[in-house]
Design a protein. Sequence first.
Length: 213
Amino acid sequence: MRSRLVLASASPARLATLRGAGIEPEVVVSGVDESAVTGADPATLARELATRKARAVAAGLSDAWVIGCDSLLELDGEMLGKPRDADDAVARWGRMSGRSGVLHTGHCVIDLPATGPSREIIRAATTVVHFARMRDEEVEAYVATGEPLHVAGAFTVDGLGGPFVSAIEGDHHNVVGLSLPVLRSMFDELGVVWTDLWERFGVTRQEGRAPAR
């Protein structure tokens, strides 16, 4: 068992997702310039960005696991990260309203033993997102909250944008920005049982944690 579990992301949603699954990671922001990586299909680009973030944080660490993630929305074959500004967010919702897109999230886990070579596992997960048909005043009000400016695709499913997502095909957590089933399978490939992580990095007992319905 490594002594540190590090999330290489500034995303509050990814942190909340891990916490909800019983894991309390350290957070170290990578500082990677996402706009500097271009020219690939969405899934490949999401994996590349996730890997760069994980590697940037992993540099100089040992006896740790580092998790990097990055998400992109694909609409009409175009890759959409975070909008440039409010006008860009409004324009995007003009295209997204009443339609469907594919959310790609890249995942990279780097295993850094105290001694010896590191290991790296990279995966991408995709989820189809169906957007509700929105009124112009809803778009303007939503963008005015500022939330769409800070997330890939200019929407959330776990925040103020939730009412504007009519359906999801695939893993809900992937849309939030981190697929728990994918992450579990990556740790499994490293020989780590997910529930063992609770003992070192999170809850040790589940009493009193019954999910709300």
